[in-house]
Design a protein around this ligand. Structure first.
Ligand code: NAD
Ligand code: GLY
Length: 369
């Protein structure tokens, strides 16, 4: 089974990736000597599909457990749901000896991970991601958060999981739009550190159009593990995003966050705004840091082949989107810390991007590609 290790001192852990891994969550937790009662936290869609298998695997390893389900969607990633879940856990007798199993997409992982970080001042948790976004990105690296009225992910904590169990076969039940949006983060990882993966993703895009075959499914663990490896190495270099390296993961996110914040919560999916943000970032990279036009073209074609948006949907107010970009947490001391590329595989942080540049990039997104 492909395994990716994160070497973070006493917070080190492994990401196991294999088809069918959902049935081994209990066994893997037992092997790690994780003790106590499990609080399985999941959403209303994932619960119906996969909770029973995780419960069965925990039972086989003689773990006590309780199941906690909240309404699926970004709208639930808030303090109200956090409190409801915490109260439910207390009612089920969970204390500081318990652990959390986050079963679901990035919303479940961020919310359950944050709850684990504050419940009884912090308990261990296991990530069992079931979307592409969560498998290659949000379950790895320890960023957890909820949204508040002032913005997305503004209340959170670094809390590394003890274990991540990735079962790529869970992706087969994803709605096509959710499958595609997660691929935006896979493309971002490949652009940042492993451009040769772009060809592999391009083949995957073709297979996505035709429907996944058995051969694709057999190869998914390898591709996913290779992609996770990119993020894992970046997190190892800069766990708390203090050295600049982890900030490279924000490629496409500055404009993306502005767009995401300017539309009703959940209207555009996270990976969709990343795709839009990538188009803008590639344009500015071509203009200021020497990215070649043919490389920009290759990425844009790939994003399009993955059914990701490259133009703003009608009704997005670009002034509003820009004002949310200006309020984005990536502005520091008046300067935007904007991720550009000098080449595929060579990101850099620029502090020279002006508000006018952002407007130019945002206006580009109103034109078709
Ligand atoms: P999500 O968790 O809302 O999942 C998308 C939809 O797919 C939901 O309706 C969910 O119920 C459903 N779903 C999940 N797994 C399924 C499956 N296997 N089969 C069928 N349906 C399934 O969204 P997401 O795209 O996974 O994650 C987005 C969230 O992740 C955002 O809140 C974003 O801020 C966060 N995020 C966090 C990080 C991080 O580093 N912590 C990184 C990237 C994104
Ligand atoms: N998703 C960005 C990060 O984990 O840093």
């Amino acid at each position: 089974m492909p395994t990716v290790s994160l070497s973070l001192g006493e917070r080190s852990y492994q990401v196991h990736v294999s088809n069918g891994a959902l049935d081994s969550v209990g066994f893997m937790a037992e092997k790690l000597r994780i003790k106590g009662k499990a609080a399985i936290i999941t959403d209303s869609n994932v619960s119906a599909l996969y909770a029973e298998r995780v419960i069965q695997s925990l039972r086989e390893s003689e773990f006590e457990y309780s199941l906690h389900v909240f309404e699926a969607g970004e709208q639930s990633k808030n303090l109200q749901t956090l409190e409801t879940l915490a109260n439910e856990m207390v009612a089920e007798g969970h204390d500081r000896s318990s652990f959390v199993v986050a079963l679901g997409g990035g919303v479940v992982g961020d919310l359950a991970g944050f709850l684990a970080s504050v419940y009884y001042r912090g308990i261990p948790f296991i990530q069992v991601p079931t979307t592409v976004m969560a498998q290659v990105d949000s379950s790895v690296g320890g960023k957890t958060a909820v949204d508040i009225a002032a913005g997305k992910n503004l209340l959170g904590a670094f809390h590394q999981p003890k274990l991540v169990v990735v079962d790529p076969t869970t992706l087969l039940t994803l709605p096509p739009r959710v499958l595609s949006e997660g691929m935006a983060e896979m493309v971002k990882h490949a652009i940042l550190r492993k451009p040769r993966m772009l060809q592999q993703l391009s083949r995957l895009a073709d297979e996505l159009q035709l429907g996944f075959t058995l051969t694709t499914i057999e190869h998914l663990p390898e591709i996913i593990a290779e992609n996770i490896e990119i993020k894992a190495r970046i997190v190892e270099e800069d766990e708390k995003e203090t050295r600049g390296v982890r900030a490279f993961l924000n490629l496409g996110h500055t404009l993306g966050h502005g767009i995401e914040a300017s539309v009703p919560l959940g209207e555009l999916l996270h990976g969709e705004v990343v795709s839009l943000g990538l188009r803008g970032a590639l344009h500015l990279s071509k203009k200021y840091s020497g990215l070649k036009e043919r490389d920009e073209e290759e990425i844009l074609k790939l994003l399009r082949a993955l059914n990701l948006p490259l133009s703003l949907p009608a009704g997005v107010d670009i002034d509003k989107a820009l004002s949310h970009t200006a309020a984005d947490k990536k502005f520091s001391g008046g300067n935007i810390r904007f991720v550009l590329l000098s080449d595929l595989g060579s990101p850099l942080i620029s502090e020279d991007i002006t508000r006018n540049d952002l407007r130019e990039a945002m206006e580009l997104l109103t034109t078709p590609y």
